[in-house]
Design a protein around this ligand. Structure first.
Ligand code: SF4
Length: 425
């Protein structure tokens, strides 16, 4: 892991919403934790639905929420939306610079402009002036798909082919960077530096290359994202590969994962990515679970999903919870878990910080495990337990003993095949 690249920070929000610092490390600032953004999926002009969606995304952990404002009726709705929400809101502006001016007037906390479709110099200057007066930052968001120049590929490839020749998509990187430089010159001429940059593509390899090159040329905070990443199942891999690679290299100050799905998954997966890289302090429990194998003797997949859902709703302290399928590798793999269950022959043994507290039949595992998690959470809050503290070593139970595989017991002639419970419901 590389340390975060120093940038000139921007500040999004106000006293009422809380101010989210994005980037940092230059101008006497410290780098802020990487923030998570998402975008509402519904119509902005449908105020009640838009407000409900923003509340839901904020509650899930979004630090900043973006809304589309394609029409005047959308910017007209912003005032009411801002009055009813308490998270910084960004207006996403394409094609019509007046939407940006209206959004600033409504009191939005940041503007996103796309150089691919708002490129009239006078219009851009008008937006910059409005944002400066309102003390608002602007994200300059280049999208590979909306760069007009890329349509004349052959000509551009000839002109820019020598640049980034070591890259697979060299000319495209050159176009994106040239576009940014040209666009940002308008901002610098106006003495405006309250800027974040993004350069998205649907191709994770272009995203990695583009942000890597941009990070060498500009000291503005970077908003990372893979655009049009697709459905969650595959979009997750694309986004995590690209954003994870960049973040591990210290590149990226705020992220948006985008899926063709409910944006709540974007927030959840964005946070999980940052927790995994140690870039954010975890809120709530971390679940460790085994992938299962031929040793399994309980319905672990169902149990894991049930535990996951209950932990998400009931546990707020960042405890580690392990759900392991057997006693063979379970104890070693669950090392460091605060609360753990090792399943076996239709039973589960539950441990709290290494201490065995219960041995229950399969149908009671979920309730008892959650009871222990809640009790542990209460103890942490009361100061009588500490996270990550192992009281005693877990001694793996005898595989031929209370949780052992029936087959192994039978092979060792401990039981008769007639006594086996495996396969019985
Ligand atoms: S914990 Fe046991 S059941 Fe789960 S994968 Fe490891 S060996 Fe298999």
């Amino acid at each position: 892991m590389q340390p975060p690249r120093p940038t000139k920070p921007i500040f999004v929000g106000n006293q009422r919403t809380g101010i989210v610092q994005v980037g940092g490390g230059l101008d006497g600032t410290q780098p802020a934790p990487v923030s998570v953004q998402t975008m509402t999926a519904g119509y902005t002009h449908d105020v009640d639905k838009c407000v409900a969606e923003i509340h839901k995304l904020h509650a899930a952990g979004a630090d900043i929420v973006r809304v589309a404002v394609p029409e005047k009726k959308d910017t007209d709705a912003l005032k009411e939306i801002l009055a009813q929400t308490s998270v910084p809101i960004v207006a996403d502006v394409h094609f019509h610079f007046r939407r940006a001016l209206e959004a600033v007037e409504a009191g939005v906390h940041k503007i996103r402009l796309n150089p691919g479709n708002i490129n009239d110099r006078e219009q851009v200057v008008e937006v910059i002036k409005a944002c400066r007066d309102a003390k608002l930052p602007i994200r300059v968001g280049v999208n590979e798909g909306s760069i007009i120049e890329r349509r004349d590929k052959q000509k551009r490839a000839r002109e820019l082919g020598a640049m980034f020749s070591e890259h697979k998509h060299g000319y495209l990187l050159a176009i994106m960077i040239a576009k940014l430089e040209e666009y940002l010159d308008i901002f610098y001429e106006q003495d405006f530096y309250d800027i974040a940059i993004s350069a998205k593509s649907m191709d994770a390899t272009i995203v990695i290359d583009a942000y890597t090159e941009i990070s060498k040329r500009f000291d503005h905070p970077l908003h990372l994202g893979v655009t049009h990443a697709g459905p969650k199942e595959t979009g997750c891999i694309r986004s995590v590969v690209a954003l994870g690679t960049l973040l591990a290299n210290g590149i990226g100050d705020t992220i948006r994962i985008s899926y063709a799905n409910d944006p709540i998954y974007e927030v959840q997966d964005g946070l999980e990515l940052l927790y995994t890289l140690g870039l954010r302090e975890r809120v709530g429990a971390e679940l460790i679970a085994c992938p299962t194998c031929g040793r399994i003797q309980v319905d672990l997949f169902t149990l894991v999903q049930q535990v996951r859902a209950k932990l998400a709703s009931d546990i707020q302290v960042p405890m580690k919870v392990a759900v392991m399928g057997c006693v063979v590798n379970g104890p070693g793999e669950a090392e460091g878990a605060d609360v753990a269950v090792f399943a076996g022959d239709r039973r589960g043994i539950i441990y709290v910080q290494g201490e065995k507290v219960a041995n229950v039949p399969e149908e009671e595992i979920l309730d008892r495990l959650l009871k222990e998690c809640e009790a542990f959470q209460a103890a942490v809050r009361a100061g009588t337990a500490r996270l990550g503290e192992k009281k005693v070593e877990i001694v793996p139970p005898d595989p031929l003993g209370e949780l052992g595989s029936g087959w192994e017991k039978m092979a060792a002639q401990r039981i008769r095949s007639a006594d086996l419970t495996i396969g019985q419901s």
